[in-house]
Design a protein around this ligand. Structure first.
Ligand code: GUN
Length: 296
């Protein structure tokens, strides 16, 4: 079998178009412009690229974009004061503090100081709890993007066996909760899982989010399974810099029914879902009807 390629780049473009159409409607109907504030502390090059891309796409869908770039040695008190100011700014509906933060800043404290209603990353402990108990939450962008692609490909996910490889707070755990919410039978596997190949072979859906280049070979994949590759790993191959996922794309795509490529799979969906979350937060803050299909 040669897998169907799930084109995350094209799908993200349709999500952005959908968001943009709703932004136009909301502006016309209520005069409100959804606003996203992104806070970057320090000058990590990868984070700078992400933040620039987020700002550009925010403007492209018609939203207000605000960027706060702070010195690497910004104090915790100053960062918390900025977040407090953004929490109280009615023109801002989403706040994202780019991670990782410099080591002297307490990441948990900073994230939990964001108003949960503006927490478009879905990292605040209140949103984690709401998602874990099946209540209306702000949902982390990367797992939300994976869920949207799975729903688009399969329709209903009910009763499917899903294996999530990786137990991070940002991807693995929320992904498992979302799949459970769609009535999958969910296993979270990780570095200590016994017989990992056999666990993965039982899956109708495999979500790989471990951060290890090409860790999952094709012979772990059940014939016809759907493979969602969250990994973005830079490696050297044949003297060239290459971007690869957590699954071995060549061997997995020979066995899987559907697979996301790297690049062009999950990656583009993450920012599209950030925009979707900002729109959702804006609608909730202003008692506007929430668009369908843009959240869990
Ligand atoms: N750094 C890498 N990915 C993310 C993300 O999704 N959100 C935030 N806030 N920081 C990140």
């Amino acid at each position: 079998m040669t897998a169907t390629v799930i084109d995350g780049k094209a799908f993200a473009a349709t999500v952005r178009e959908n968001v943009a159409a709703h932004v136009t409607r909301i502006k016309d109907e209520s005069g409100v412009t959804p606003g996203l504030a992104v806070v970057l502390v320090g000058e990590d090059p990868a984070s700078q690229v992400y933040v620039r891309s987020k700002g550009k796409q925010t403007v492209e869908v018609g939203m207000k974009s605000v960027e706060h770039k702070l010195d690497v040695d910004t104090s915790e008190a100053d960062l918390l004061a900025l977040i407090d100011q953004l929490n109280n700014d009615e023109s801002i509906h989403g706040i994202l503090v780019q991670l990782p933060l410099p080591a002297h800043l307490n990441e948990d404290l900073v994230i939990n100081s964001i108003d949960p209603a503006k927490d478009v990353d879905g990292f605040h402990i209140s949103n984690v709890g709401l998602l874990g108990t099946g209540q209306k939450a702000m949902v982390p962008c990367t797992p939300l993007g994976c869920l949207m692609m799975l729903r688009d490909h399969h329709g209903s996910l009910s009763g499917m066996n899903a294996v999530v490889i990786g137990r991070s707070n940002i991807v693995g755990k929320p992904m498992a909760n979302l799949l459970l919410g769609d009535s999958c039978t969910v296993t979270i596997a990780h570095s200590r899982t016994k017989d990992l190949p056999d666990v993965v072979r039982a899956a109708d859906i495999v979500v790989a989010a471990v951060g290890r280049p090409e860790m999952v070979p094709g012979d772990w994949i059940r014939e016809g399974a759907t493979v969602i590759d969250v990994g973005i790993n830079r490696i050297e191959r044949d003297g060239k810099n290459k971007l690869v996922g957590d699954v071995d794309y060549v061997s997995c795509s020979e066995v899987a029914g559907a697979i996301t490529p790297v690049p062009g799979g999950v990656g583009p969906m993450t920012i599209a879902c950030l925009l979707a979350n900002t729109l959702t937060a804006c609608c909730r803050a202003n008692n506007l009807v929430e668009p369908e299909g843009l959240t869990a």
